[in-house]
Design a protein around this ligand. Structure first.
Ligand code: HSE
Length: 414
């Protein structure tokens, strides 16, 4: 039975077809019946491609074919993919996706359409590439109240930071390499500025706490302003720099969520997660800490999650799997980050960083800070770590400091 279609024949789409065809016999045994890929939909031509005979350009061919039970949407974005997904689910065809932007933006609505039409919208590949995290969170850890989810959720930025730290590669060269390896988004700004990780932490938080967390309410900053100078100060003080997403309950039915680079102690497990690897730490009130680790991006790791979802849909044909959350448009559901507490690494530029009056002024603004050193520290530079403070107070102190010095960098501690 040719009952599967793939929309989008890029990195993840071609990986999905490759992995499915490679393991087809075993996959069909797991499903319990004969299954196969009938269509691959893409507007581009692929002359000479091994699966050229399956290629179609018109989405309606898939929509109108009653044989098709499940469709892998690996196009990305929230325009065409959103329309395709709604139409497919409304026809009772299950959809599986790696499209975190769509799940994070329209998840609640799409789950409801799937529920009404007795089909499924599954999204294991949307977070952590090949790492199983959605199903474990939804099933194995369902008996826990989730106290925190925190992790490295973007392979591209972790790859870039690793190359900068280990090989002193420039940011630009490392990004180019990540693009060539097929890790980065079509527009890598989403990786570099933290938007991709933000969508992923929103998906995990929505699943864990049952209400849609919209990315626009979550404070998000990326790695584009991190320099090799910051890396060196951090290294000397026993820290690595990682882009980390965190979500946790904040009391009174609200949650707090943030994505930002952080100084991570080298002794922590997250500090040793390098290259394209992701790691997600989940803390449950019963289980304690659980760490999920694996390749967070790339063709076959992501395809592994997509094909897993295809199998689940075909095993549960005509049966809705509960894997969803309800909508929540109340902006106050997410606590403003300025009300949260953090310790901050700060690097400043001042005409004379060793001037006698500068350090006392810093102490007056922040309290007792810890100064950091690096080889050949220029005379006009100073780096320090503040005590834990409410972010709003930290920002006030930084604003006052900026009257006499340039704030070159600020990075939160883990
Ligand atoms: N661009 C994403 C990343 C792909 O680098 O993690 C996987 O979601």
């Amino acid at each position: 039975m040719q009952n599967i279609a793939v929309i989008g024949y890029g990195v993840v789409g071609s990986g999905t077809v490759e992995l499915f065809e490679k393991n087809k016999e075993e996959i069909c045994r797991k499903i319990g019946r004969d299954c196969g890929i009938k269509y691959i939909c893409d507007l581009r031509d692929f002359p000479g491609d091994k699966y050229e005979s399956k290629l179609v350009k018109d989405f309606n061919v898939i929509l109108n074919d009653d044989d098709i039970e499940v469709v892998a949407e690996v196009v990305g974005g929230v325009t065409f993919a959103y329309e395709y997904t709604k139409k497919l689910l409304a026809r009772g065809k299950s959809v599986v996706t790696s499209n975190k932007e769509l799940v994070a933006t329209h998840g609640a609505e799409l789950f409801e359409i799937a529920r009404q039409n007795n089909c499924n919208y599954l999204f294991e590949a949307s977070v952590g590439g090949g790492i199983p995290i959605i199903r474990p969170l939804n099933k194995c850890l369902a008996g826990n109240s989730i106290e925190q989810i925190s992790g490295i959720l973007n392979g591209t930025t972790n790859f870039i930071l690793t190359k900068m730290i280990r090989e002193q590669m420039t940011f630009e060269d490392a990004l180019k390499m990540a693009q060539e390896l097929g890790y980065a988004e079509a527009d890598p700004t989403a990786d570099v500025e933290g938007h991709d990780a933000c969508r992923k932490i929103c998906i995990l938080g929505s699943l864990a706490y049952g209400k849609q967390i919209y990315p626009q309410y979550v404070h998000c900053s990326g790695i584009s302003r991190i320099t090799l100078d910051d890396v060196e100060y951090a290294e000397n003080a026993g820290y690595g720099i990682k882009l980390v997403g965190t979500v946790k309950p904040a009391g009174n039915g609200r949650i707090s969520a943030i994505v930002c680079p952080r100084l991570v102690p080298k002794s922590s497990l997250l500090a040793s997660v390098d290259d394209v690897y992701n790691a997600i730490s989940v803390t449950g009130d019963g289980v304690g800490d659980v760490l999920f680790y694996g390749k967070g991006a790339g063709k076959l790791p992501t395809a592994s999650a997509v094909v897993g979802d295809i199998i689940d849909c075909l095993k549960h044909h005509d049966r809705h799997i509960m894997l969803d959350w309800e909508d929540c448009t109340d902006p106050s559901y997410v606590v403003p980050y300025k009300q949260t507490e953090n310790s901050m690494y700060v690097r400043i530029k001042a005409a004379d960083a060793d001037a006698e009056d500068l350090k006392p002024a810093i102490t007056e603004l922040f309290g007792k800070v810890m100064y950091l050193e690096r080889n050949g520290r220029p005379d006009d530079e100073l780096a320090f770590i503040t005590p834990v403070m409410v972010e709003a107070k930290l920002d006030d102190a930084l604003a006052k400091l900026s009257e006499s010095a340039e704030i070159a960098s600020k990075i939160r501690l883990m």
